[in-house]
Design a protein around this ligand. Structure first.
Ligand SMILES: [Cu+2]
Length: 183
């Protein structure tokens, strides 16, 4: 699984993460978005939002550390219909700018880039935004997300239209409270 390869690669390297955005490049050191435990301990209220043919579930955001200017958000989008859709834009009152980013290794550097032209949600497929891979990036965040609070975000899809969601802020990076598979 591709994201696991990225995680493994990231764990083995001193990380330097670069946001390659349209407004220029800003980078930050640290394990941003890459150290999430992938084994699924992060359980969320099993609620899903239906918008047209799209089923959106497991929305959550990462609580942010003091001084952290950008935060990650994650969710799963399932297209149960027969028409492709596209996530064309995102907005949140908590962030000056919200984008969908890809994350990949490029010459030992973890690079995040905005998805150009919108994020395709093909008919019959499920697109997962998760730590280490595709993610929602909240940028220009004035007040960092605190664990336990909810972060409103509006997704706009080409076909399904606007969908309002709340992302519950989970533990900050490095502060994962789960320590095993046993609940
Ligand atoms: Cu990002």
């Amino acid at each position: 699984m591709r994201s696991n390869i990225l995680i493994a690669a990231a764990a083995a390297l001193p990380l330097f993460i670069v946001h390659a955005s349209a407004e220029g490049t800003h980078g930050h050191h640290g394990a941003s978005e890459t150290t999430e435990n992938q084994s699924g301990e992060m359980k969320h209220a099993a609620h899903a939002i239906q918008a047209g043919d799209l089923r959106i579930r497991d929305p959550w955001a990462r609580a942010m550390l003091p001084g952290q200017p950008a935060g990650g958000g994650y969710l799963v989008i399932e297209n149960t219909g027969t028409d492709d859709d596209t996530l064309v834009s995102l907005a949140s009152p908590r962030a000056g700018k919200v984008e969908v980013h890809t994350m990949e290794m490029n010459n030992d550097v973890m690079v995040m880039r905005p998805v150009e032209g919108g994020l395709a949600i093909p008919a019959g497929e499920t697109v997962t935004l998760e730590p280490g891979g595709l993610h929602i990036m909240f940028m220009q965040v004035e007040k960092g997300f605190q664990e336990g609070e909810t972060v409103p975000v509006t997704l706009e899809f080409e076909r399904a239209g606007k969908v309002d969601l709340e992302l519950k802020a989970g533990p900050a990076r490095g502060g994962m409270s789960h320590s095993g598979h046993d609940h």
